[in-house]
Design a protein around this ligand. Structure first.
Ligand SMILES: NC(=O)C1=CN([C@@H]2O[C@H](COP(=O)(O)OP(=O)(O)OC[C@H]3O[C@@H](n4cnc5c(N)ncnc54)[C@H](OP(=O)(O)O)[C@@H]3O)[C@@H](O)[C@H]2O)C=CC1
Ligand SMILES: O=C/C=C/c1ccc(O)c(O)c1
Length: 271
């Protein structure tokens, strides 16, 4: 059997712009998404739910032999989405105090990767439902219920960074107040409403609000090797194509721990 390879969220770029030349092709304005986009041959890109896919070799990565393909699959998006900002913003050193806000597909990998980097990791969640799992199974050090004012007040000025994966409107000030001086609020969730904050919330502490988009192909390869070396796995539930409608309904109900992986080859609908 040959090497197991995978493609990420982006399958094309211009190769000429500053981002492409700097190997951060995810920021190329001509990026081609692996789904719902038009490929270089003029045909629609069809997503990753397939047993085979043809892409430019720049967008192919090698899955390390110690990672099972179903384990690697969620890392190609959720894993690199948290690994990339931690690396880029100089947040890979041990001993940092970080928080992952929103314990979903991206967030659960955030906890695992940040813990593997030696950080003290707090989960900030909208409910208490995931407390036990976060602490006992994912290895979080603390759990903060965002609606609990006393818990939030006790955590003021305590964090070096927050990776905010919440995909819905939320006020930023309560979370900015949790950051230490020079702390970073890194927005990952896609929110199409404007977010608001008052400037002293960032000025009085030289705090940064920033964002990040998946990661480069180089970072994706590096992240997979990091996960293999640290023995990190994602928490997944395998489904077949026949169960896809039920899986979609459960996604809408926030009822998945923490990623579905579709076993395309093992599905009855497979060619
Ligand atoms: N920047 C990037 O490159 C990438 C961005 N994304 C985006 O990141 C966001 C998170 O993705 P993903 O982790 O897959 O999503 P999930 O649905 O798996 O997780 C989101 C989590 O956010 C929390 N949450 C709080 N409020 C809400 C709300 N009103 N509705 C839904 N969730 C809420 C929940 O955690 P809790 O129960 O703990 O509160 C939930 O589990 C999405 O917007 C996604 O599009 C995804 C991949 C890459
Ligand atoms: O606008 C940015 C969208 C980022 C994004 C990338 C990957 C993914 O799975 C998403 O849900 C969002």
């Amino acid at each position: 059997m040959g090497d197991v390879v995978g493609a990420g969220v982006i399958v094309g770029c211009c190769r000429e712009c500053g981002s492409c030349k700097a190997n951060i092709e995810q920021y190329c304005n001509k990026r081609i998404w692996s789904y719902n986009d038009i490929y270089t041959d003029g045909k629609p890109t069809q997503g990753g739910f397939a047993s085979a896919m043809v892409v430019d070799q720049k967008f192919v990565i090698k899955i390390p032999s110690g990672l099972a393909p179903e384990q690697a699959a969620p890392l190609l998006c959720a894993g690199v989405t948290v690994y990339s900002p931690l690396k880029h913003f100089g947040l890979m050193t041990g001993g940092l105090k970080g928080a992952i806000m929103g314990l979903g597909g991206v967030g659960h990998m955030g906890v695992k990767i940040a813990k593997a980097m030696g950080h003290h990791v707090t989960v900030i969640s909208s409910s208490d439902r995931k407390r036990k799992e976060a602490m006992d199974h994912l290895g979080a050090d603390a759990y903060l219920l965002s609606s609990d004012e006393a818990q939030m007040a006790a955590a003021t000025n305590s964090l070096d960074y927050i990776i905010d994966t919440v995909p819905a409107f939320h006020p930023l000030e309560p979370y900015l107040s949790l950051l230490k001086v020079n702390g970073k609020l890194i927005l990952m969730g896609v929110i199409t409403q404007p977010l608001q904050f008052v400037t002293p919330a960032v000025m009085l502490g030289r705090k940064t609000i920033t964002g990040s988009f998946i990661g480069s192909m180089d970072e994706t390869q590096e992240m997979l090797e990091f996960c293999e070396k640290k023995g990190l796995t994602s928490m997944i539930e395998m489904v077949k194509m026949e169960q896809i409608n039920e899986a979609m309904e459960r996604l809408e109900r926030n009822d998945v721990r923490y990623r579905f992986v579709v076993d395309v080859a093992g599905s009855k609908l497979a060619p």
